[in-house]
Design a protein around this ligand. Structure first.
Ligand code: PRP
Ligand code: HPA
Ligand code: MG
Length: 186
């Protein structure tokens, strides 16, 4: 398997979603989002750090003019299991009352982060609040969440790349893949 020039090939088990598949999916999602928000002011909120790549590429695929803000929350720390405790590391810079808000996520795994975020942002009285995520693990869901736009449903395995990390590494891989067991100390 040719991975890339970043010398991480030995750490990877499998490429699940290629860069080309991600690019095509974001164009498809952007067209649907454009249709939904035609004629409206849209604020897209990226959830740091994982959603940086999705935000950057989705925003450029949209025709709708958007403003962008960021929230940093963390529930995973350095491990592969959600702690269930969500901490705000950085709040939004802007007041979202009366605004159309789209949360952009890299992944919905247990759903705990997003469920907490939807409650938190929902209480700020936005005109609308919807969610777009690149990845979702249906078999890992601990809470049910209404998500308008999902890129790919994936198996219940820990994935890295395209913003997603394991202990802060692998975020800059251009694709989504699984890690070899030795990386976890297995
Ligand atoms: O559905 P859940 O089980 O709650 O998991 C999803 C969340 O976990 C990851 O963030 P993480 O806490 O690792 O922070 P990071 O984006 O900075 O890596 C990911 O980016 C999502 O925000
Ligand atoms: O599978 C995952 N990989 C990386 N970060 C994550 N955060 C939740 N699930 C994941
Ligand atoms: Mg993480």
């Amino acid at each position: 398997m040719r991975v890339d020039a970043k010398d991480m090939g030995a750490d990877l088990k499998q490429v699940l979603i290629t860069k080309e598949e991600i690019d095509a999916k974001l164009v498809e999602l952007a067209a649907k989002i454009d249709a939904e928000y035609a004629g409206k002011d849209l604020l897209i909120v990226g959830v740091l750090k994982g959603a940086v790549m999705v935000m950057a590429d989705l925003a450029r695929a949209l025709s709708t003019p958007v403003t962008m803000d960021w929230m940093a929350v963390s529930s995973y720390g350095a491990g592969t299991q959600s702690s269930g405790v969500v901490r705000i590391l950085k709040d939004l810079d802007t007041d979202i009352k009366g605004k159309h808000v789209l949360i952009v996520e890299d992944i919905i795994d247990s759903g705990l982060t997003l469920s907490w975020l939807i409650n938190n942002l929902g209480s700020r009285e936005p005109a609308s609040l919807k969610v777009c995520t690149l990845l979702r693990k249906p078999d890992a869901a601990k809470v049910a969440i209404d998500v308008e736009w999902v890129g790919f449903d994936i198996p219940n395995e820990f994935v890295v790349g395209y913003g997603l990390d394991y202990a802060e590494k692998y975020r800059n891989l251009p694709f989504v893949g699984t890690l070899a067991p030795h990386v976890y100390g297995g």
